[in-house]
Design a protein around this ligand. Structure first.
Ligand SMILES: Nc1ncnc2c1ncn2[C@@H]1O[C@H](COP(=O)(O)OP(=O)(O)OP(=O)(O)O)[C@@H](O)[C@H]1O
Ligand SMILES: [Mg+2]
Length: 379
């Protein structure tokens, strides 16, 4: 049985499962509001643990450690989608857990997520499911070419994905996914990608951040642009869909909804993330309330903040690749008044690893993007 929602006022303790950058920025927002923050994370010296009151290092499946952690918190949330849902279910009677373990369970597995979208009538790319040990080639033929094969579990930043363009790629995909449960999706020749980050409180209030446009490179988010450069009807449709998703799934907390905008202007849902989202980092520097403060407000039962955009903005992810020849030259970037730098305190800059981000504000989105690209190239 879950613990009934009760307001957690500043001074209370927020527990976060996962110690990555999303937990770090959540801890920063929460401590600013006077909360205590405890982090539960398998690996020592996490980015979030460095800015929290307490860091517990144990496996998520360690129910003794997890229960003790839960008892020490007024409310618990998660910042990492691959926290297993079963241990969360086991602790739900010990503290408030937002969003619920059921929401996490639906979103963390692509098959369940896609079926949820289908059953609830949200537009999405055509897909087929293949069980572990099943016939990948048959799934590909069912969906048709081009398509993309994705592992059902544990995908992030495009890991565990193979695009299948023509007949000869089928055997390659079949080999790559042998023995794994996967989802095969029709390849969408999209006009652009957008996302909506929204919050829903325990009192069912919903606030939606402005639609953001996302440019991925090698399947990893590269640039996020707000406001998204799409027709107003598209933005309205995306926002409406996001609100409905939050209501139907019973969200309490923050959720990111990734979407494709087709060349005909239709909006298809790609993925749901029941937490703050990389594409929402722009809100820290450009909105009246950040997605992290909004997450605190939503899970603590406080009034939600104003999500209004204060300035057009572009966010750029800083991946470990930028450290190839040592620490990047931050001086040029820091000398720019319209630029703000966020680093996550990770010591090992591996290629593709998210090390930080920066934002650029400007009079309009195109100007901000042009400037952001220049600054990125200079690093
Ligand atoms: N069906 C598709 N059609 C076209 N492009 C796709 C499709 N699926 C994925 N992509 C591209 O690959 C990117 C990553 O895919 P997806 O969001 O499914 O993966 P992920 O590993 O969960 O990534 P992340 O953790 O960054 O969200 C998408 O944002 C999009 O650019
Ligand atoms: Mg994605």
């Amino acid at each position: 049985m879950s613990v009934p929602a009760k307001t957690v006022l500043p001074g209370g303790t927020i527990g976060v499962l996962g110690g990555g950058q999303l937990g770090r920025m959540l801890a920063q927002a929460a401590t600013r509001l006077g909360y205590r923050v405890h982090i539960f994370e398998p690996q020592a010296n996490s980015p979030a643990g460095a800015v929290a009151h307490l860091e517990v290092n144990a496996a998520y499946e360690d129910l003794v450690a997890l229960s003790a952690f839960a008892r020490g918190c007024d409310v618990v949330t998660y910042e990492f989608e691959n926290v297993p849902a079963a241990p969360l279910r086991a602790i739900e009677g010990l503290t408030q857990l937002h969003p619920s373990w059921q929401v996490l369970e639906t979103c963390q597995n692509r098959s369940r997520e896609k079926n949820w979208l289908k059953q609830n009538g949200f537009p999405h790319a055509r897909f087929a499911e293949v069980a572990a040990g099943g016939d990948v080639a048959a799934g590909i033929r069912e969906v048709g070419l081009p398509c993309v094969v994705k592992t059902a579990d544990f995908g992030y930043d495009g890991k565990g994905q193979v695009k299948v363009r023509e007949e000869v790629d089928i055997a390659v995909a079949q080999k790559a996914f042998a023995g794994q449960a996967c989802v095969i999706e029709q390849w969408i020749d999209f006009a652009c990608e957008v996302s909506v980050v929204m919050a829903r409180s325990a009192k069912a209030a919903i606030r939606v951040f402005p639609l953001v446009e996302n440019i991925h490179t090698n399947h990893i988010l590269d640039f996020s642009i707000a406001p998204a450069r799409v027709a107003p009807e598209t933005a309205t449709a995306a926002e409406k869909m996001a609100r409905l998703i939050a209501e139907k799934i019973g969200l309490v907390g923050v959720m990111g909804v990734e979407m494709f905008v087709t060349r005909e202007g239709a909006v298809l849902v790609n993925e749901l993330a029941p937490r703050t989202h990389n594409s929402g980092h722009y809100t820290i520097d450009a909105c009246a309330t950040s997605q992290f403060e909004q997450q605190v407000r939503a899970i603590c039962g406080l009034p939600l903040g104003d999500p209004r955009l204060l300035s057009p903005v572009v966010m750029v992810n800083l991946l470990g690749d930028a450290w190839a020849s040592g620490e990047p030259r931050w001086d040029g970037l820091l000398a720019e008044p319209a630029v703000r730098l966020h680093l996550y305190g990770k010591s090992e800059p591996r290629p593709g690893r998210k090390m930080g981000h920066f934002t650029v504000t400007a009079r309009d989105a195109d100007m901000a993007l042009g400037f952001a690209q220049k600054i990125k190239a200079r690093l």
